[in-house]
Design a protein. Sequence first.
Length: 575
Amino acid sequence: MKLKYWTFIIALYAGSLCSCSDFLSEDPKGNITTNYSETEEGCERLVLSLYNTHRDFLERLYLFGSMGADEQLVAVNGNDWRYFGEYFDTQMINNGWNRDFWKQLYNSLNVANLATEIIETAEIKDESRRAELRAEAHALRAFYFWIITETYGDGAHFTTESTTGVKTIGYQPGVATFYKQMLEDLNIAATGLKLPQNSQWGRMNEGIRKFILMKVLMSLAGYPDDVISAAGYTKERCYTDALALTKSLRSDYNYRLLDDYTQIFDVDNQVNDEIIWSVQYSTDKTYNGGGENGLHRYGVGWYNKSAVDNKAITTLWSHSLYYGREYRWTMPSLFMIQNFNEYDKRLYGSLQEYWCWIPTDWNQKPVYSDTVLIRHFRSVTDEEVAAGRRRGETHPLGHELFVEGLNHMYNLQTGEPTMNGRSCYHTNLKLLDSSREFAKDEKGHKDFIWFRLGEVYLSQAELYMYMGQKEEAAKVITELRKRALTEGHEEALKVTPDMITLDFILDEYMRELSMEGFRWYTLKRTGKLLERALKYNPDVKDKMKAYHVTRPIPQNEVDVVTNKDEFHQLPEYDK
């Protein structure tokens, strides 16, 4: 089970740390005295408080990392963040979601900076304990730097010092400075972290550090040679070092691929051998510090309305404890669905195809013997639709069967959702959370998986491809696909060396990691974001430009700095 004591400490401590308005006016100590922070217990609580900040920026990280790429589209709703899925410059710059994301990321960074400072001089009797806390703080800071850099690029503000009071000076040294610091932090962290099997679940350990370093090196390798060199690396070294990390993560620890893909995301199996790092929540709200997980809502469309004719499906409720609270914010792209082979089990573990009758209460379990809605992963004919509706004439309870297909949800030529399809689509199963208290409850308790072993396999295959070892890449993907094979159709998912290209690898990333929140960042670092978004995302055509591989700085941050000749908006957005 998950350990709860230290998450309770986070909730108590972090309330004083997370009230800043922006990175230029922060007080990372809040109401906690300096004397207390400089004790061993104070340092412990300061470091642990960082994990609570992850709940603050998780929602925005998920949306920033999912939208505007090739995998998910904006559904019928979406409020202000939809502008990032469709690349409207003015609205992105003057946007509450962007302001909050920047603020939340820099809050985490500011607390991490404070922790790295205080740990060095605090009254800690055991030097090995100091080394552990130091390593934890530096590894977490590297993670925050990575998100900030990959989101805002050369526009990001750089600092390794904690801020108290008001500061109005911004510093934009460019991405090489950030990467050099990330690598330094992760090198420091290598000397003190526990092994995964010896650490508290969800807390920084050596396996997580190696995963972060793997992502950092693979992202750095995507930049021009002068940036890589300024960070102290070469492209070849990025590849060889990252490959060594993938081998270590696969063999040196107790991580393993689960045999059943769906079990990775099961709300009753949140501590499992495939997860490397997850954001922690609890059904006991005392331990959540007021930050419950609301992501379960976003990928749920109307399942009590028909995509064919918008007819109400009276055998289903608008919300359900088991089928989700519909929000209609994000939906799969047509390309994402068609990217799966019909014999790939991962498709059925990622998107919902069947819904069953819920009798009298939206908090009840469905009657799984009575299917009332099928949204096929293929097109269906008018006769299939009519035959399903006629079932009501002979069904004991008069239940129609609603049969729908991709042709009802999408324009199959353009990939654009139909009017009904923007609301009625396949639910994202990976985020569903039946641990909620009631059907309309927006406060979820399910952990969110940031890193898992499946991505290590994909990264290893990608690195082998870059190094010209396509046979090895094919072997890795073949091994990853074993659990995805439908018995009797193994040949349909066979991988051979001649199939290995960057696009094939990116398609496989989608099949394995679909809707898990980092797609935008993966396409960016591989240089494929613009190409694939324009090709597969109908919502961004005629809007997305080359500079959109970096998000704009929030305008309020640009407005308050006093050194406007040095700190400014990214030039393409500064119009």
